[in-house]
Design a protein around this ligand. Structure first.
Ligand code: GUN
Length: 286
């Protein structure tokens, strides 16, 4: 079997075009939709992600602001920045790029963001809302995965989804989203014994571990849909996912590439969440 490619770039482009139309409606209602991104320190990967997010906002007609602070910023200084953004009527979305420097408690920072501006969907009340089936903002990466699955009419209902990785950013919200759509969900973590026994049962396999090429072809059930959330930098500088793409694409029925898969979708969903927030604030009904 040669898997169909799920083209995240093409799907993200469509979503970004729709986002641009929605941004125009906001503008016509009186002001642009606005996202503020806060970056603390100089993590090179974070700098790239943040730049891409700000660029995508500009292209969609969303007003974006990047607040860059040195590694030495204190937690209370960061909390003060968030407090002022919470009260800024021009700001519909606040995103604090993770990871934060070690001396800052990321949980405390995330909980300080107004839940109705938390376009990352990381605040405990947004996590709880997702868990209880009444989501406000859904975390961008798993939300993008759902859009990719929907784009190929993947039969989620009644399927067995196996997620490798149990992070708050991807694995756990992914589990909630798939569960809400009728999947039986297995969440594996770094301590899972005999990982391949779980992955081989997956109709939908989501790899979000952060280890290059760790999902080999013999770990995948023939015909499975394989979603690769991993972005790993190889020693030669090239990007690789968590999935051994050439081998697994001979076994799977559909697969996402890296780059050009989940990554662009994460940014597209950030635009979608920001516009939802702006529309709520501007009383735009869609
Ligand atoms: N770091 C890695 N992924 C993300 C994300 O989706 N949002 C934020 N804020 N930080 C991240």
């Amino acid at each position: 079997m040669t898997a169909a490619l799920i083209d995240g770039l093409a799907l993200a482009k469509q979503l970004r075009e729709q986002a641009a139309q929605r941004a125009q409606v906001c503008l016509a209602k009186g002001r642009p939709a606005g996202l503020t991104v806060v970056l603390v320190g100089s993590n090179p990967a974070s700098q790239v992600y943040v730049r891409n997010k700000v660029k995508a906002c500009g292209e969609a007609g969303i007003r974006s602001q990047l607040i860059e602070k040195p590694e030495t910023l204190t937690e209370s200084e960061l909390l003060a920045i968030i407090e002022s953004l919470n009260h800024d009527p021009q700001v519909d979305g606040i995103l604090v790029q993770l990871p934060l420097p070690k001396h800052i408690d990321a949980h405390r920072v995330i909980e300080a963001i107004a839940a109705d501006k938390d376009v990352d969907g990381f605040h405990i009340s947004n996590a709880g809302a997702l868990m209880t089936g009444r989501p406000l903002f859904q975390p961008c990466t798993p939300y993008g995965v759902i859009k990719m699955l929907e784009s190929i009419d993947a039969p989620i209902w009644g399927s067995h989804a196996v997620i490798c990785g149990a992070s708050n950013i991807v694995g756990k919200p992914m589990a909630m989203m798939l569960l809400a759509r009728g999947a039986t969900v297995t969440v594996c973590n770094s301590k899972t014994r005999n990982l391949e026994e779980h992955t081989r049962r997956a109709d939908i396999l989501v790899a979000a571990v952060g280890r290059a090429n760790m999902i080999s072809a013999d770990m995948v059930k023939p015909g499975a849909i394989v979603i690769d959330v991993g972005i790993n930098r190889l020693p030669d500088g090239k990007l690789a996912g968590d999935v051994d793409f050439p081998a697994v694409s001979q076994v799977a029925s559909a697969i996402t590439p890296v780059p050009g898969g989940v990554g662009p979708m994460t940014i597209a969903m950030l635009l979608v969440n920001t516009l939802e927030s702006a529309e709520r604030r501007l009383h735009i009904t869609t």
